[in-house]
Design a protein around this ligand. Structure first.
Ligand code: MD3
Ligand code: FE
Length: 203
């Protein structure tokens, strides 16, 4: 199924379920190579969300700012390769949402333990805003908050379940967004955690 939630926002409910086992194996392989870490914001706060990356570029944050980097600063080594199952899912989801030929060069892997939230922000560090962003929700459910093009002005809640895929393109690309604190729950494969894969064309 394919639901257009707003201009440039397409929900593909359960699109990732068919490849669940390969996605879990992919997350485990990425984390085995480049472990979860909580990055510092430029303001010196520790982010609640734990992160790692796969692919040629990875999103990093530290006192110097937010950026994409080919090197994992924790290991001084390249990020692990993007698992084939990740790339295939990102491509099929983008195509289903009207973006054929999506070639992600970055996969940010976010882990939310119970209580973790992601405060309202914009994603502005990518070079090419014409490419979509594909995000895959795994594990326990979450409520995503979709805001507008300005920080003020409210948000609309979007419930997201294990296997749901959202594609953000065109006019949605610069909207504010966040994630409500994750409620205590259990998922058979991911336990108490939510894991989100975010695929981008960053470079
Ligand atoms: C909407 N992650 O890593 S992914 C992020 O669930 C991030 O982990 C959230 O926001 C998560 O930056 C949401 C979906 C997402 C990504 C980029 C967007 C939604 C977006 C850009 C514009 C609007
Ligand atoms: Fe974001």
């Amino acid at each position: 199924a394919r639901m257009t939630l707003d201009d440039g926002v397409v929900l593909l409910p359960g699109h990732a379920l068919a490849n669940e086992a390969a996605l879990l194996a992919g997350v485990n392989a990425v984390v085995a190579a480049a472990p979860w870490r909580q990055m510092q914001t430029p303001g010196g706060q520790t982010m609640q969300v734990a992160m790692t990356n796969a692919g040629p570029l990875g999103w990093v944050s530290d006192r110097r700012g937010y950026r994409y980097s080919a090197q994992d600063p924790l290991r001084d080594a390249p990020w692990p390769p993007m698992p084939d199952a990740f790339r295939a899912l990102a491509r099929s989801a983008a195509a289903a949402a009207g973006f054929p030929g999506f070639e992600p060069d970055a996969c940010l892997v976010n882990r939310y333990v119970p209580g973790t939230r992601l405060s309202l922000h914009q994603d502005r560090n990518e070079r090419d805003f014409s490419a979509p962003i594909v995000s895959v929700s795994l594990g326990v459910p979450a409520t995503f908050l979709l805001g507008g093009l300005e920080r003020a002005g409210g948000t609309q809640p979007i419930p997201l379940w294990h296997g749901d895929v959202l594609v953000w393109g065109g006019p949605a690309r610069l909207r504010f967004h966040g994630v409500r604190p994750i409620k205590a729950a259990h998922h058979p494969a991911f336990g108490p955690d939510r894991v989100n894969l975010t695929f981008r064309r960053a470079g």
